[in-house]
Ligand binder design. Structure first.
Ligand SMILES: [Zn+2]
Length: 173
């Protein structure tokens, strides 16, 4: 069955502390593209419309989240001491901080995207499953999380964390 893909661009910043890469320990930014691939759960071609009707629904919801909640965010590990700075001095900015269980790598972000999109689809009972999330971090560096290599049931993210929730959240403050 035909798979469906859509792509969105956003700007973000992060820093990696546990990874022990001196270059990545300072906050720095990327302009990234996220491409998601969905599989319809039933055959829709050779029907009257020949299209996956709710496709627009999931696409609009996903892009609304990327545009309003993800674009121009700072990604930090939950243990990053910068969080204390923002809590004490600029609490309003916490809304634009995405938190991670562990270092906020592109691999972790792709897994969070996979879970969030799956949560949106489940909440709306839409006839799709997420096959793949691909993040182009730079023109020469892309990270792919796919259903073959990533199992949400055993992924280790704690229950109730923001990627599981079908809302606009990007942290658990
Ligand atoms: Zn980076």
């Amino acid at each position: 069955m035909a798979a469906l893909e859509f792509t969105r661009r956003y700007a973000m910043a992060h820093r990696l502390l546990a990874t022990k890469s001196p270059k990545c320990a300072i906050p720095h930014g990327h302009n990234e593209f996220v491409t998601v691939r969905l599989d319809p759960t039933s055959c829709f071609v050779f029907s009257e419309t020949n299209s996956a009707a709710p496709f627009d629904t999931v696409k609009q919801r996903w892009h609304a989240w990327i545009d309003s909640a993800v674009d121009h965010t700072l990604h930090l590990a939950e243990t990053d001491p910068l969080l204390d700075y923002f809590r004490q001095h600029e609490p309003k900015q916490l809304a634009q901080i995405m938190t991670f269980q562990g270092d906020p790598t592109t691999e972790a972000l792709a897994a969070c995207f996979f879970l969030k999109l799956s949560a949106f689809i489940a909440a709306d009972a839409l006839p799709f499953t997420v096959r793949e999330v691909r993040i182009e971090e730079t023109p020469t560096n892309t990270v792919i999380v796919s259903r073959e290599s990533f199992d949400p049931a055993t992924c280790g993210l704690r229950a109730g964390a923001w990627p599981w929730r079908a809302d606009m959240s990007i942290n658990d403050f």
